[in-house]
Ligand binder design. Structure first.
Ligand code: AMP
Length: 534
């Protein structure tokens, strides 16, 4: 028999139409650069997204053309997320934390000619403007007249002819584009499609994924210029969640004020954000009374087990997930399986601190030279992944060694997999330390050090050594008023790791350098420590 089902293309307009019809009055709240709060609704945002789409089409934006954004998280950025794909074009979010040279490289590599830019980010734009031939620059959030040659966003929307037709959409049309962080080589473009974005949104919301519901209020702390804010704005529209957008203010008090005042039930961000939130909540326990059971999605770097238990104690739940720009990003999420609900707390905690299991439609395997590693929680190999929201290539550049011959994406992350199918990352291939011919996983040491009561943050890197070729050195940020001795730290680690893994030195710093996405910048640390005296 042949299937009898309709073949409706999986395009994002489906999500927006339904959101306008069913969630038209649900709020989208934004914190503005002047710190005031503004409120709008899905109904208004989707109507304005249509006008933006029409304005772009009328201005000559062609199907498949990238339209760049240089914006913080706020309602107009949501309008761009929805309106640009409705115009058949591709939202290309530029990462405002990058160096202007790098932004220029990325905008040119993508072929961006139209830009939506926050007025407060014009000084940044001006630092690369002469190097990218934009034909149209649209200023969002203008508080006064815009410079000649630029368009003002509100005027653009007002001037639209509402009869302008929008192009038909196909599910494999490109809808969004992000560049990899380029820690190895130049940043590379990854292009999402309507279909990949829609399927990803659907799975993000599942009960054992992020468990999203229309009764939730979501705060994406993760910037919209970092892997589409983990796809959350699209999932929010699909599900009808109230959205709370933090604008440029990502400091713990500003975020906690929003969480308290707007009744946030779920938030998403990198571990650094939650470290700051934990410290603020512990320092002033009565200042912010959050809803009980608030969930916080953490990813981008490993969530230390200590952070998970600290939040449990505060009545808040951290949910650990793993992904990459190349994987949209959801690739793994750590949820204790139903069958283990009565398992000892220590086992449950250890599972929650792992990166987890793949959601539906994603396949994961961990491989080394001997093939798939056994599910013993010890043997390590590279994580390889495939699925409908995993990229099959990079835009405009051939990098064949990132895919296996049988079509899996090679993540460059090293992990083991346990009997429950939980994947635990031990390191990036590039961050592994080779000492006397043996491998040492720097990330495992970091995670262990961050469970020491005297340590706030720790990063471990391999430093050239005359005898061992490399030895691990730990760079630590102690908690205020504490400085555990090197011997105490080595003793602490010695219960879990072989002797040759223990760092030879502990370097105290005020702050660990970070990448634009908030990850430890190990290249900078290696550079700083290159001439370390042994
Ligand atoms: P990006 O493409 O910039 O999002 O970076 C992806 C990389 O971030 C992954 O390959 C991992 O190395 C790292 N990463 C993401 N999530 C996690 C996590 N939960 N734990 C450890 N590393 C992570």
């Amino acid at each position: 028999m042949d299937g009898t089902m309709m073949s409706r293309p999986l395009t994002l307009d489906l999500v927006f139409q339904r959101a306008a019809a069913l969630f038209g009055s649900v709020e989208i709240v934004s914190r503005r650069p002047d710190r005031t709060i503004s409120r709008t609704t899905y109904g208004a945002v989707i109507a304005r997204a249509h006008r933006l789409a029409q304005a772009l089409v009328a201005a000559g934006v062609r199907p498949g053309e990238p339209v760049a954004t240089l914006m913080w998280n706020h309602a107009e950025h949501v309008e761009a997320y929805f309106g640009i794909p409705l115009a058949g074009a591709v939202v290309h979010t530029l990462n405002l934390r990058l160096h202007p040279d790098e932004i220029a490289f990325i905008a040119n590599d993508a072929g961006d000619r139209v830009l939506l830019v926050d007025e407060v980010l014009l000084p940044l734009y001006e630092r690369f403007a002469d190097r990218v031939p934009f034909r149209q620059v649209i200023v969002v959030g203008a508080t006064g007249p815009v410079a000649p040659g630029r368009l003002e966003y509100e005027a653009l929307l007002e001037g639209v002819d509402p009869s302008t037709p929008l192009p038909p959409l196909r599910e494999d049309d490109a809808s969004g584009c992000c560049y990899t962080s380029g820690t190895t080589g130049k940043p590379k473009g990854v292009v999402y499609t309507h279909r990949s974005t829609l399927l990803h949104s659907l799975v993000l919301g599942l009960p054992d994924g992020f468990g999203l519901s229309a009764s939730d209020t979501l705060l994406p702390v993760v910037p919209m210029f970092h892997v589409n804010a983990w796809g959350l704005p699209y999932a929010a529209a699909m599900i009808g969640m109230k959205l709370v957008m933090p604008g440029p203010y990502l400091d713990p008090p500003s975020l906690l004020d929003l969480m308290r005042d707007e009744g946030v039930t779920i938030a998403a961000g990198v571990p650094t954000i939650w470290l700051g939130i934990r410290d603020a909540l512990e320092a002033e326990p009565d200042r912010w009374r959050l809803r009980p059971g608030v969930r916080m999605i953490v990813g981008g770097s490993a969530a230390p087990a200590q952070l998970i238990t600290d939040f449990d104690r505060l009545g808040l739940q951290l949910i650990h997930a793993w992904g990459m720009t190349e994987t949209s990003p959801l690739g793994l999420v750590s949820r204790v399986p139903h069958a283990l609900r009565d398992a000892p707390e220590a086992l449950k905690l250890s599972l929650r601190a792992k990166q987890g299991t793949p959601p539906p439609l994603v396949e994961i395997r961990v491989r080394n030279d001997a093939g798939d590693v056994p599910r013993d929680g010890r043997t390590s190999g590279e994580v390889q992944i495939r699925g409908p929201w995993v990229t099959g290539r990079y835009a405009g550049i051939d990098v064949p060694d990132r895919w296996t011959d049988d079509g899996w994406f090679r993540t460059g992350d090293v992990a083991n997999i346990d009997e429950h199918g939980f994947v635990q990352l031990v390191d990036r291939v590039a961050d592994l330390i080779k000492s006397g011919g043996e491998w040492i996983a720097s990330a495992e040491l970091e995670n262990a050090l961050m469970c020491h009561p005297g340590i706030r943050e720790a990063a471990v890197v391999g430093v050239p050594h005359p005898k061992w070729s490399e030895r691990p050195v730990a760079v630590i940020v102690p908690k205020p008023g504490q400085r555990p001795s090197d011997d105490a730290l080595r003793e602490f680690l010695a219960t879990r790791f072989p002797k040759y893994w223990l760092p030879d030195a502990f370097v105290v710093v005020d702050e660990i350098p970070r990448t634009s996405a908030g990850k430890f910048k190990k290249t900078a640390l290696r550079e700083q420590l290159r001439d370390h005296k042994w």
